[in-house]
Structure formats: structure tokens, C-alpha cells
Ligand binder design. Structure first.
Ligand code: DGI
Ligand code: FE
Ligand code: FE
Length: 198
């Protein structure tokens, strides 16, 4: 995949502020990936494309969801959840990306899901902690991200769920399942590290 083509095509889909966000997500994701010893290429491709459809009209996003193999229940939840899944379809059909891990990282970058891969976690978190973000509780998530990806993601998902509840908005079930799954993952990790210690 020619990165220059991807970069140019993505830049044309969005205002400059969103393009700059995209570049910050890429840099943040690459920093996390470097620390974790991951292959930087899939991280780069998923970061560039994650918000490809962020500024597409809602009617177009809904139409693409109806006409593709994406889950139709998305249409019953917040419109904010639509741009990632549709971007994954564009990545596959327009840019010929076949790596399922890259496609999943794009698809689930807003909702998260149970059983997220390391790449999915890195893209989700980079999107949340990139340097220009300002959410309440973000400092804690940024600190956790330096040492433990799962704990950082758990905290970030909890913040997002709380934010949605405060605003009387629905929570898409995969977000809740992701949070429950990470709660178990983190608890299991803590039990294992205690067993190693004794
Ligand atoms: O596209 P970005 O602004 O970079 O970030 P994003 O793709 O994470 O989407 C932003 C918003 O989507 C986020 O502020 C919360 C909102 N949202 C609405 N419903 C849900 C949701 N986020 C999750 N995780 N789950 C939901 O059900
Ligand atoms: Fe997004
Ligand atoms: Fe984003």
C-alpha cells in the first residue's frame, strides 16, 4: 500500500483540523507500537484511515451501512459510531486493504469490542490520548498508557461510558462488552503477577 496515496486521499476528505488530528493519532499510535515492539506498517495504515468518513453526511453513512455487510444495529445507536465501520468498508473496497486486523482496528476505533487485538487497542487509545485531546480524567489514562495498555483502555472506556450516561445517551453494547472483558483481563493480570511474586 502506497502511503502517499492514502495520506493524500484522506486529507481530501476532511477539514485541516481533523487532518491534523489524524497525524497526531498516527504519531501517538506509532509511539505506543514502538514500545510494544509491533510492526509499524499496519499501525500507520489504520491510523491514517480511522476517521476517513468522519465528515461524510449521515445519510451517506447510513446508506453504506444498509448496503454493506456491517451490523445493522449500528443504525439504532449514536451516529458518532458510524464513521469507523464505514471507513473499514472503504479501506477494503476502495484501497484494497485485506489485513483483517487493520480493517478491524478502523471498524472498532470508536466502539471498541470484546477481544480487541493489540492493534485495535493501540488505535483506540491513540485516538483517545493524542496530545490535543482534553477529556476529564485524561492525564490518568495517558499515564497508564505508558505502562499498561489494558488498564489505560479500561479507564478510557469507563470514562466514555460515564460521559454517555451523563448525557442520557445510549451506550452501544460492544462498548460495554469491551469494558467488562478488560475488567476481567486486568484482574487476571494482577492475579498472575501476584502469583509470580510469591
Ligand atoms: O472520531 P473521533 O472524534 O476522533 O473519536 P471517536 O471515533 O472515538 O468518536 C467520538 C465519540 O463517539 C466519543 O466522544 C463518544 C461517542 N460515542 C457515542 N456513542 C458511543 C460513543 N463511543 C463509544 N465508545 N460507544 C458508544 O456507544
Ligand atoms: Fe473516529
Ligand atoms: Fe479520531
Amino acid at each position: 500500500m502506497d502511503l502517499e496515496i492514502l495520506l493524500q486521499a484522506t486529507k481530501e476528505q476532511m477539514p485541516i483540523s481533523r487532518w491534523e488530528h489524524t497525524l497526531r493519532v498516527k504519531d501517538t499510535a506509532l509511539q505506543l507500537a514502538d514500545r510494544l515492539g509491533m510492526n509499524p506498517h499496519p499501525v500507520t495504515v489504520a491510523s491514517i484511515l480511522h476517521d476517513y468518513c468522519k465528515f461524510w453526511p449521515d445519510t451517506e453513512l447510513a446508506e453504506r451501512i444498509r448496503q454493506s455487510d456491517l451490523p445493522k444495529d449500528l443504525l439504532q445507536y449514536n451516529k458518532e459510531l458510524w464513521h469507523g465501520p464505514v471507513a473499514a468498508i472503504v479501506a477494503r473496497d476502495q484501497f484494497g486493504i485485506t489485513d483483517p486486523d487493520v480493517l478491524h482496528a478502523i471498524q472498532y476505533h470508536t466502539s471498541g469490542r470484546e477481544g480487541m487485538s493489540q492493534l485495535e487497542k493501540v488505535i483506540w487509545l491513540a485516538d483517545y490520548i493524542e496530545p490535543a485531546r482534553q477529556f476529564p480524567g485524561l492525564d490518568e489514562v495517558r499515564l497508564l498508557a505508558e505502562t499498561n495498555l489494558d488498564q489505560a483502555l479500561l479507564k478510557a472506556l469507563e470514562n466514555t461510558i460515564q460521559f454517555l450516561i451523563q448525557r442520557k445517551q445510549k451506550v452501544y453494547p460492544p462498548t460495554l462488552l469491551a469494558r467488562n472483558w478488560l475488567l476481567d483481563q486486568v484482574a487476571q493480570m494482577q492475579t498472575e503477577s501476584r502469583e509470580e511474586f510469591f
